[in-house]
Design a protein around this ligand. Sequence first.
Ligand SMILES: [Zn+2]
Length: 231
Amino acid sequence: MRIDVSNLLDLFFPPLCRNCGSLLADNEHELCSTCLTTLPRTNMDQHFQNQAESRLEGQATFMRAAAYCWYSKETTLRTMIHKAKYFNHPEILYRLTQQAITEWSGNGFFNGIDAVVPVPMHKQKMRERGYNQTDYIAQAFADTLHISMYEDALIRSRNDKAQAMQIDNALRKSNVRGAFEPNKNVELKGKTILLVDDVLTTGATIAECAKQLHKHKNVKIVVFTLGISVK
Ligand SMILES: [Zn+2]
């Protein structure tokens, strides 16, 4: 008799929703349908000149931008991102991104993209945490859209203090100014790049990354974040 180890493991460690802890059905992965359904979607993929775009305008040059869900203290998304970042569950972000891609497929938002670049983490922080949660967002795009992922296209050359929600906009901007540089060993000339991050707040981080990516000739930038903070 052949024993399927994964089934056996499920028997002793049944897969649970990373967010609410309920038992997952066979067709559910990482998050249950209830938790996914309750996410406060922005539907920004259907609207140009949405809040993500207006927040980046004047700071960054980009083709289009959108965030999947609203992010505030009360939202499920905040708990999910918190677990992904601080409790060693970055796979939550992979699953959320897959969900966003499925829901937004067919509306053209992701059309024409050649490559995906995540907002990088400083190497010291990376050592402490063990992973960059944004890489998991990028990886979901690479796997689903079959595009190249350049997780080392940008280098975070300065280790900033944690950007809490409370710090004011001016401080946030000065915090990230000059914090990134392009990796000279990565060639992105002529590519349409999807720049991804977990949460869009003031847009200062994305703007700084976009500026560095534009140092490659003729690049176009599309911005995607899982959350956008509610002002
Ligand atoms: Zn759940």
